[in-house]
Design a binder for this molecule. Structure first.
Ligand code: ADP
Ligand code: ZN
Length: 615
């Protein structure tokens, strides 16, 4: 068996016979894709016309292609700045597999490897050169770059440049100097998510000139989201979720190092192939865990958030959080690691009210007050997200100032139509009325106190004990009023300003006038939560999928590359579904270009023919 495969696999790709010259043929022949995904073509065109570009595309949207393709149509080299060595390494590997000349320069290489990369760049062999941001702070390196014919610069994970982001990196700040060092070279910046503040920082700090701004909706359609309260039986729920994903790759995020180890042990005892991963492990240990995950030997990684940014594995089918994330930025990025290949995947969050207080305590411990306030408000937003009953996708999008329609069937809230809801129009109107009568100058807590008729000094000094709404909500607790306030914010009837004072929106005014009713999920008003079942859809693999998967694993092992580098899951699905019988049919499968076909195509074709022959 082994011999036969080796005979057909060439480890060094042959040069393309006739380099294709237009974007569509490069897309087809080099990348093996039959069409552009949304916004990709616009990005490619902007780069080809030498215009600056800022692109916000969710994880899995296909950012890499946007700069990897145009450089193949240009004469010079493209310099890609990327924050993590692991990330660069995987990208370079994937490019070489496509027959594209790419190298990286990093501190992990020895002198000779670096010299070779330098020489290839100098001799105009390379199309892409990946460099770590700290390199660009080095004057002699910049001077050397100046001797190359650079098509354009790429700043990957551009949100790292902003202090308002969740992953600010000092060495990204220096990237602002690129523009002055290379005033005539276009810059293309890419990120998966950015709040408006971060977006502004990217544009201004990189000094982009009249950039084309491309922004896809904040939405990962192929990820089904579920959020549940973490009660006593949550580990049973977790096991049920993992059972659904038998044999598939996934990440389970835990809060602390100790928790990752404990949970990994628990899951191992249940017979699952899993490993813990956290910053307390040696880099050697971490590398080996990472590697065995990429090779599908480890199925589940139980990790702190230290694990992730460098993970470029397309076939992660589930991401599970076992506690409340610190921010929605983090959360969105972490769940975004699922389903990068576009195949249905799942994200489940188990949270508890106590998570909020544990994390808040850590924030309270120190630091600059302004920074503390910002961190705290991000944490609050994460908690509000967890308890919200609006569409999860829509809520995340709204956090990034994007408006989308409810997903309908890709989140627990949209699927849960029969959950018992209670009408709260009357208390909602009381609350809105109190907001209005106190002049839209106060936060939810204060309004709750007014409704409960508390004779606090602040209330008395404002004369609010004389208002008609004072004390009209006595029969409900302040915490219930707090929940009603949250619900009204969730619905968009109230909007907090930067001082947390609540303001009525047009919808709020309609509710106040009795033109709209308000409902809330019943269990939110009483702490006891109803058991919820996950209705998240689960992908069904075609028949024979496993045979293709096994073949891929063999080939990956023999070639010493991760399985997804050979073919992504999507390609594998298509192969199993269509069972191509000829070279042409193989080339029509998404993800199979000519070089890939040369390398691996025939073995898969043979399998496909055998299956069809037997069936
Ligand atoms: P991002 O960097 O935006 O997270 P990637 O560049 O890693 O996304 O691309 C995600 C996946 O989508 C990859 O498996 C890639 O091969 C695939 N992909 C990208 N562009 C296309 C396309 N036009 N058609 C089909 N698949 C694509
Ligand atoms: Zn939804």
């Amino acid at each position: 068996m082994k011999q036969r495969y080796n005979a057909t696999i060439k480890t060094k790709g042959p040069p393309l016979p006739h380099p294709p010259r237009d974007k569509y043929s490069v897309l087809k022949h080099t990348f093996g894709f039959s069409g552009f995904r949304p916004l990709q073509e616009e990005a490619v065109d902007a780069i080809l016309s030498r215009r600056d570009l800022a692109m916000l595309l969710p994880t899995g949207g296909g950012k890499s292609l946007c700069y990897q393709l145009p450089t193949l149509l240009m004469d010079g080299i493209t310099v890609v700045v990327s924050p993590l060595i692991a990330l660069m390494h995987d990208q370079v590997l994937a490019l070489k597999e496509l027959g594209i000349e790419a190298e990286m320069i990093s501190s992990t290489q020895d002198r000779q490897e670096q010299q070779e990369a330098f020489a290839k760049a100098k001799n105009k062999i390379l199309k892409l050169l990946y460099v770590a941001p700290e390199r660009l702070a080095n004057g002699s390196f910049l001077a050397w770059l100046g001797t190359l014919d650079i098509n354009f610069f790429v700043i990957d994970e551009a949100h790292c440049i902003s202090e308002w982001g969740h992953e600010f990196r000092d060495d990204y700040r220096r990237l602002g100097e690129l523009r002055s060092a290379f005033p005539h070279t276009p810059i293309a910046a890419f990120t998966a998510t950015a709040t408006p503040k971060v977006r502004e920082d990217i544009l201004s700090q990189l000094g982009l000139r009249d950039p084309l701004i491309l922004r896809a909706p904040v939405l990962r359609k192929n990820i089904s989201i579920t959020v549940r309260e973490r009660d006593g039986g949550w580990r049973t729920d977790l096991m049920n979720i993992l059972k659904k994903h038998e044999g598939e790759s996934g990440i389970v995020y835990a809060f602390s190092r100790r928790q990752t180890e404990e949970l990994a042990e628990f899951l191992s005892k249940k017979g699952l192939k899993c490993s813990a991963y956290h910053a307390g492990m040696s880099s050697e240990q971490r590398r080996s865990v990472h590697q065995s995950f990429l090779n599908d030997e480890t199925q589940i990684i139980v990790a702190t958030v230290a694990f992730g940014m460098g993970i470029d594995k397309g076939d992660i089918r589930f991401v599970i959080h076992t506690s409340l994330p610190k921010t929605i930025e983090n959360y969105y990025q972490e769940i975004g690691r699922a389903g990068r290949d576009g195949i249905d995947s799942e994200a489940v969050l188990f949270y508890s009210g106590s998570d909020f207080f544990t994390k808040k305590r850590l924030i309270d411990e120190g630091g600059d007050p302004q920074y503390r306030e910002m961190t705290l408000s991000k944490l609050r937003a994460a908690m509000d997200y967890a308890t919200s009953e609006e569409c999860r996708h829509k809520t995340i999008a709204a956090y990034f100032s994007d408006t989308i329609t409810p997903c309908g069937d890709k989140c627990d809230n949209c699927l849960d139509t029969q959950g018992s809801k209670k009408e709260i129009t009357t208390p909602a109107r009381m609350f809105l009325s109190a907001v209005y009568k106190t002049g839209e100058r106060f936060g939810a807590t204060y309004i709750g106190e007014v409704l409960c008729g508390e004779e606090k000094e602040k209330i008395l000094s404002n004369g609010h004990e004389r208002l008609s709404v004072f004390g009209i909500g006595k029969e409900m607790s302040k915490s219930v009023w707090g929940t009603i306030a949250k619900r009204l914010v969730e619905l968009g009837a109230l909007e907090p300003d930067e001082y947390k004072a609540l303001h009525l929106t047009p919808l709020g005014a309609e509710i106040l006038r009795g033109k709209q009713s308000v409902h809330i999920r019943e269990e939110r008003l009483s702490p006891k939560k109803a058991e919820k079942k996950s209705k998240a859809p689960h992908p069904n693999a075609p028949a024979h999928y496993e045979e293709f998967r096994a073949l891929r694993a063999t080939i990956a092992r023999e070639n010493g590359v991760p399985a997804y580098i050979v073919f992504g899951d999507k390609t594998l699905y298509e192969l199993a579904e269509r069972l191509p019988q000829t070279r042409e049919e193989m080339l029509n499968v998404s993800g199979i270009g000519e070089v890939k076909y040369e390398r691996y195509g025939e073995v898969f074709l043979e399998l496909s023919r055998n299956i069809k022959g037997n069936g």
